[in-house]
Design a protein around this ligand. Structure first.
Ligand code: AHR
Length: 500
């Protein structure tokens, strides 16, 4: 008898899983950029940390958001271009930087360094423009500097700074958290700012460039804020034609769960909080559907992940990298697959050293956290078609009105067959599961399976000495008399099954 039954409806396509759903976010905050990526002790001649860069390149990130976060709405991009010795040092309103933890920005890492990083690791850039303390001229100039191929002072400055060809930056965020650190705006106020910025940045796209820009507006976790923002934007004379390609929200969870003091009840609540992601997506899609469709305006979650009390502004938002956090990332990636018809991009926070980073560094080493292993295991989903997956699972009550489903799954189909990812969110017990593919009798020879964290406790932290222990192992899987796959998932594990 198995405890959980998973049915993959291979003919019920939801939509293509945009590779950008596996995107990342790097801010000028703590040791993310300075020390983690740039000018650390192991920096190569160009200023990049070779060890970090090669771990990121291996992961094949589809898109990287930069420079913030709250930092973005206090950042003036022209400070960070040209000869290093001429770049001004500025105070940073929001975050301390680098190993010295100073609230100052050296501007040593700017637009050209970021775009070079993207070229080195083969990822697409997503730049967030300053709305809070900036203006449309500054944002439009940034687009011109990066993308224009003509004979203007800004395009020439880019050439002089070493990049002859336009970078072709496609994704442009118009502000960050403009309801908070990005200007404390009401939805109507931000909508009017958005209209101003998008008029100029969007028209640059039409007149100067031979590729499409995608403009990203900042939204909020609550439905009401998004509804009011969209109504006001929609009231522009351009109506639905107005340049707005995606609306974003941020979802962090774990704010009350100190990792060092947590017990299994807290793990359950933490994982249930992560699963709230689905409700946020549904609410945002609902707000969009009231004025347009999610085909016209996609949902982006451009900051998400675990944020525990250990991460404070004083320590550069650093917290332990645990199996439990990685488990939450797997559960959330399953949600993104199931909502591939509306979710166009997501960016886990943050790439190196900060919050639920994938790569962590010290003076000597860079290593992959357990969450990195999850992204690696889920990589075959990228670009596949997500298909409907039903999961019949035991659940555990976590609050008066909430339950944690203990087994989760999502599936996709592509050139290599069907790919199913699974989570056992139960940190106490193993579960036996079966998987059927609707209308198909499975053949054991066509199936391979891998598992993460089978030998590790949920609270186990990664460090330079044990990072290799978190890689995937083979998972024993067999076909039962009904042609279904069966497997045993140990507590707090993530698995993937590939069926050709
Ligand atoms: O990722 C850390 C911070 O969280 C970002 O600067 C901000 O956008 C969010 O509140």
């Amino acid at each position: 008898m198995t405890d959980a039954h998973i049915t993959v409806h291979t003919e019920a396509t939801i939509d293509r899983i945009a590779p950008e759903v596996h995107g990342h976010f790097a801010e000028h905050l703590g040791r993310c950029i300075y020390d983690g990526i740039w000018h650390g002790d192991r920096a190569d001649e160009s200023g990049f940390r070779e060890d970090t860069v090669s771990l990121l390149a291996e992961l094949d990130l589809p898109v990287l958001r930069w420079p913030g976060g709250c930092f973005a709405d206090d950042y003036h991009w022209e400070d960070g271009i040209g000869p290093q010795e001429d770049r001004p040092r500025r105070r940073n309103l929001f975050w301390a930087q680098g190993p010295e933890e100073t609230p100052e920005e050296s501007n040593a890492f700017g637009t050209d360094e970021f775009l070079e990083l993207c070229e080195r690791i083969g990822t697409e850039p997503y730049l967030a423009a300053n709305v809070g303390s900036g203006d449309p001229q500054e944002a439009t100039d940034w687009v011109e500097y990066c993308n224009y191929d003509g004979d203007t002072e800004l395009a020439d400055r880019r050439r002089k700074n070493g990049h002859e060809e336009p970078y072709g930056v496609r994704y442009w965020g118009i502000g960050n958290e403009n309801w908070g650190c990005g200007g404390q705006m009401t939805p109507e106020q931000y909508a009017r700012e958005y209209r101003r910025f998008a008029t100029y940045v969007g028209t640059t796209d039409n007149l100067l460039l031979d590729h499409d820009l995608e403009l990203i507006a900042c939204g909020f976790e609550g439905h009401e804020w998004n509804r009011r923002f969209l109504e006001e934007v929609n009231g522009s004379p351009w109506g639905a034609e107005f340049p707005l390609d995606h609306l974003t929200l941020h979802h962090y969870y774990g704010r009350t769960m100190t990792v060092a003091e947590a017990d299994e009840d807290k793990y359950d609540r933490f994982l249930a909080d992560a699963l709230e992601m689905e409700r946020h997506i549904e609410r945002m899609a609902g707000a969009i559907n009231a004025v347009a469709t999610t085909r016209d305006i996609g949902v982006i979650i451009d900051e998400w992940g675990a944020w525990h009390p250990e991460a404070t502004a004083d320590n550069g938002l650093e917290q332990p990298g645990t199996v439990l956090d990685a488990l939450s990332a797997a559960a959330v990636l399953d949600i993104f697959n199931d909502n591939s018809d509306v979710v166009t991009m997501t960016n886990i926070a943050q790439t190196v050293n900060v919050l639920q980073c994938l790569v962590e560094t010290d003076a000597d080493d860079a290593w992959a956290r357990p969450t990195y292993r999850v992204f690696d295991l889920y990589a075959p989903h990228k670009g596949n078609d997500a298909v409907r997956t039903t999961v019949s699972t035991p659940a555990r009550a976590v609050d008066d009105d909430r339950e944690l489903p203990l087994i989760g799954a999502s599936s996709s189909t592509g050139d290599d067959g069907t790919y199913v990812t699974l989570t056992n969110l139960d940190c106490r017990s193993a579960h036996d599961i079966d998987i059927s593919l609707e209308g198909t009798t499975l053949d054991e020879g066509a199936v391979t399976a891998e598992i993460l964290f089978a030998d590790q406790e949920p609270e186990l932290e990664v460090g330079p000495d044990n990072a290799d222990e978190f890689t995937a192992d083979d998972l024993a899987i067999s076909v039962d008399g009904d042609g279904a796959l069966t497997a045993a998932l140990p507590p707090a594990t993530v698995a993937a099954v590939s069926i050709r």
